[in-house]
Design a protein. Structure first.
Length: 155
């Protein structure tokens, strides 16, 4: 399902009823007293599908969803029963698109495009490019160009 070209997903996980492979717990030890501070649930591919931070104020949880190639397609952060942040990822040949929603509203879109001689990363807010990084070369010999609002600010 898509709306205006943006994938519509809704990752869901209930620790009581959703399937998972195993759980990892994180404890804090102070003066010989253990306190549970985080829980991580994993799927059969050993990917985190649910995270709960019990130490944060207020506590929050994250739900993760993956595609058939085990690539992250959605991460949802929930605090006090409300969706705070939702990241949605779309993968196309040589392009990764990252949609960032804050409190249910689209905040920005980041696009990373792989090219023969490097890659370009651009960030858009309200349909306007706000910054861009161009990486030219290979991993050992490259240059990076930084742009803000279409103007080069650093080379």
């Amino acid at each position: 399902m898509q709306t205006l070209g943006i994938p519509v997903r809704k990752a869901e996980f209930d620790p009581e009823t959703s399937p998972f492979a195993f759980i990892k717990y994180t404890f804090k030890v102070e003066e010989e007293e253990e306190t549970l501070i985080a829980e991580r649930y994993y799927n059969n591919q050993e990917l985190v599908i649910y995270y709960k931070d019990l130490e944060a104020d207020p506590p929050f949880e994250k739900i993760y969803d993956y595609d058939e190639e085990n690539r992250l397609i959605e991460e949802v952060e929930i605090s006090e029963g409300q969706e705070v942040i939702r990241d949605v990822f779309e993968y196309r040949p040589n392009v990764t698109i990252h949609y960032l929603f804050i409190s249910g509203e689209l905040f920005e879109i980041k696009i990373k495009k792989e090219q023969e001689n490097g890659h370009v990363e651009a960030t858009f807010q309200e349909g306007v490019e706000v910054n861009r990084k161009e990486f030219v070369g290979d991993e050992f010999n490259f240059e990076v160009r930084f742009f803000e609002e279409q103007e080069m600010i650093e080379y």
